[in-house]
Design a binder for this molecule. Structure first.
Ligand code: NAD
Length: 320
């Protein structure tokens, strides 16, 4: 059976599949040619990340397709229910990248409180001619220890973020539509661990009491954070969105930065991917990354192997 990894797959994932007798094709077929390619090459398994969409036309017209695999979490690029209604298995790897995304949140957060994102823009330009001015401009940093982090969406990634925050010495407030109390286990390198229970709070409380707010909810119909919520936040708040474009109202964010209400923001995901608004990209108070939350070697390895193991188990069951 043939597997097309249209947005790539880790070496160990591909190896696991090959060892189980699959032919693995790692190739980027353009979206508009995908349907024909799948049919002409009798592809049984289509693996994607976020770049390739798998909509009704592919599901209806690709007769060999048995499994659609999404390396990662969000499946908004796949018509999941429709595919399943047609007997096609749809799988993803929800847990594989949680700690990678959580670490990116802290990369942005540690950078944001010291304005590193902006210092990195200006040091190459003026570091040798205006060193003292830049030193003054980037003074007034803030420590994270003792500050309050508000986590909206207390699922897999939200909890990984909480672990790092607790380790750093931050207070954690979490809010979630569906989750009440969670026991967070902090595991250390030497097999020691500490359990810390965290009770979620209403989002209004979180918004009012947090120094920094990070979003970890799935794609929504309307923003979770907009102008109304920003108005209720602490002055100088920092906001981080590594979840999905649209969960944070970008227009309201820019207004909040302009008015001084928001001291900095960090974005990994954008309303308009892959062409984010220039006003965001040019804003000196925003720390930016191009949707790389899950893009660590470790997460990609785990994603590949998890996908491979699920595919083997599904297609073995089908054969049996
Ligand atoms: P998850 O399903 O484990 O957790 C999401 C949580 O959000 C759930 O507990 C749910 O109850 C809660 N929730 C949903 N709507 C809510 C709302 N309106 N208000 C409060 N809580 C709400 O998901 P996860 O694995 O933690 O992933 C979270 C997000 O991270 C997803 O949007 C995913 O697409 C995104 N993500 C981004 C990257 C990246 O590269 N930046 C990588 C992986 C995942």
């Amino acid at each position: 059976m043939k597997v097309l990894a249209n947005d790539g797959i880790s070496k160990s994932g591909a190896e696991t599949l090959k060892n189980a007798g699959f032919e693995v094709i790692i190739k980027k077929v353009a979206q508009e040619q995908l349907k024909d390619y799948l049919n002409q090459n009798a592809i049984s398994v289509l693996l994607v990340r976020s770049a390739t969409s798998v909509r009704k036309d592919i599901i209806d017209n690709c007769i060999h397709l048995k499994v659609i695999g999404r390396g990662g979490v969000g499946m908004d690029n796949i018509d999941v229910a429709y595919a399943r209604s047609k007997g096609i298995a749809v799988i993803n790897t929800p847990a594989a990248s949680s700690s990678s995304v959580a670490e990116l949140v802290f990369a942005h957060l540690f950078g944001g409180v010291r304005k590193l994102h902006d210092a990195n823009r200006n040091m190459p330009l003026e570091g040798d001619s205006r060193f003292k001015d830049l030193k003054k401009a980037y003074a007034g940093g803030i420590e994270l220890r003792g500050k309050t982090l508000g986590i909206i969406g207390f699922g897999r990634i939200g909890r990984e973020v909480a672990k790092i925050a607790l380790g750093v010495g931050m207070k954690v407030i979490a809010s979630d539509k569906n989750i009440g109390e969670v026991e967070i286990t902090l595991e250390f390198y030497n097999d020691q661990s500490i359990k810390i229970p965290i009770k979620t709070e209403p989002i209004d409380m979180l918004i009012k009491d947090s120094d920094y707010i990070t979003l970890h909810v799935p794609a929504q119909d309307s923003p979770v954070i907009g102008a109304k919520e920003i108005a209720k936040m602490k002055d100088g708040v920092g906001i981080i969105n590594t979840a999905r474009g649209g969960v944070l109202d970008e227009e309201a964010l820019l207004e909040g930065i302009e008015s001084g209400k928001i001291s900095f923001a960090a974005l990994d995901t954008y309303e308009n991917e892959p062409t984010p608004a220039i006003r965001l990209l040019m804003n000196e108070s925003i720390s930016l990354s191009p949707h790389i939350g899950a893009s660590t070697n470790e997460a990609q390895e785990r994603i590949g192997v998890e996908l491979a193991e699920q595919i083997i188990s599904i297609l073995k069951k089908t054969k049996a």
